[in-house]
Ligand binder design. Structure first.
Ligand code: MG
Length: 368
């Protein structure tokens, strides 16, 4: 067996800057790719984005060492089956981002060995396309935002999410009204506040936004404050979705305890991999909590892995636009057609990673 970790930066077409109330402006995605070779000609690749400390609280420069430490704690000499069995036991001592890279690479390896798409290995049924929302980030002019909204509508997207909390609320509300008027009543709209509002602000602002017909209001209250989330959610005319607060088993339990109409946004990097994500989602759905399968803005392999999770779960909401408009990804490109993320019916997570891609650097190599 041999493990290698690569690093590289990804950027979006047109200089798109990811800009939320929590992340601030992010000009490039700082990606890590973990390649696992089984020594028998098989290979699996996992991808995580390192510069998401606002979510993971892990500084990007520590991610390579943390993935290495998690890998070193696994029983590679006993074979892949023993490694897979031991991986869940690395929680919580090893952080979710490190476990996610390993779980994704091992899932890709196992699915390729089985000749099955990862969605099938996750207990679902493969389909070549699944609808996704797209996102209107902060930090742009009203004209640019409306032009983007109209372009997404013309491209077939049927669900858009607006980021709020960067501008004063009155400006955000005017933008929401403009977007609704511009894309029409059929478009599904949602708002993500990334933890910027108090309970009182959330209740008052949810009432002000309700006439614009929102599907959900994502993480309006402070990250980690479940009491605030619960109180605001019971008074809000729009269902609240937890995102940044949903980081560990205790948080999942808290959300399950709230039940409907509360919602949870699950991401591979928070759950510790595609398989823990699918398990957490099934558990929340059984508790009556609607789920969004989503992701960070990430590269092609991480996005394709999320698409497989969504295919396996068929959740109420999907956020799979991470690889939309990416330039020069070492795993090629993901096709978006008519507002859906599309995958070929191929073994594994599917994309082929090119380690010789310009700009990539080998960060470490580990032979157990
Ligand atoms: Mg969010």
């Amino acid at each position: 067996m041999r493990l290698r970790l690569y690093g590289g930066a990804l950027r979006y077409r047109g200089g798109l800057t990811v800009f939320t109330a929590l992340s601030g402006p992010v000009p490039a995605l700082d990606e890590r790719w973990l390649v696992i070779e089984d020594g028998e000609g098989g290979q699996g690749v996992g991808e995580v984005r390192a510069n998401i400390a606002f979510l993971t609280h892990t500084p990007p420069e520590q991610v390579p060492g943390l993935v290495r430490a998690a890998a070193a704690a696994l029983p590679w000499r006993e074979g892949v089956a023993a490694v897979e069995a031991a991986l869940p036991g690395l929680a919580p001592a090893h952080p979710a981002i490190a476990r996610a890279a390993l779980d994704m690479a091992l899932l890709d390896l196992a699915a390729r060995r089985a000749g099955q798409p990862a969605a099938t290995m996750l207990g679902g049924q493969f389909a070549p396309a699944i609808p996704t929302n797209n996102c209107l980030f902060g930090g742009t002019s009203d004209e640019a935002m409306l032009a983007t909204a109209r372009r997404y509508a013309a491209e077939g997207f049927r669900s858009l999410k607006l980021r709020m909390g960067v501008e004063p609320f009155q400006r955000d509300l005017e933008r929401l009204a403009q977007v609704r008027a511009s894309v029409g009543p059929e478009m599904r709209l949602a708002v993500d506040v990334n933890g910027s509002w108090s309970v009182a602000e959330t209740i008052e602002r949810a009432a002000a936004m309700a006439p614009y017909g929102l599907d959900y209001l994502e993480q309006p209250t402070a990250v980690g404050d479940w009491d605030a989330f619960a109180v605001a959610g019971r008074a809000s005319p729009i269902p609240l979705m937890a995102d940044e607060s949903l980081t560990d088993a205790a948080a999942l339990e808290r959300l399950a305890g709230l039940g409907a109409p509360f919602l949870g946004h699950l991401k591979i990097v928070k759950a510790g991999g595609p398989r823990p994500l699918v398990a957490a989602a099934r558990w929340l759905m059984a508790a009556g909590v609607g789920v969004m399968v989503g992701q960070m803005n990430e590269g092609v392999i991480a996005t394709a892995a999320t698409v497989h999770c969504a295919l396996a779960l068929r959740p109420r909401h999907t956020e799979l636009y991470g690889a939309y408009g990416l330039l020069a990804d070492p795993a090629g490109s993901l096709v978006y057609r008519q507002g859906a993320a599309c995958l070929p019916d191929a073994p594994g997570i599917w994309p082929e990673f090119n380690p010789a891609h310009p700009g990539l650097s080998l960060l470490w190599e580990f032979t157990p």
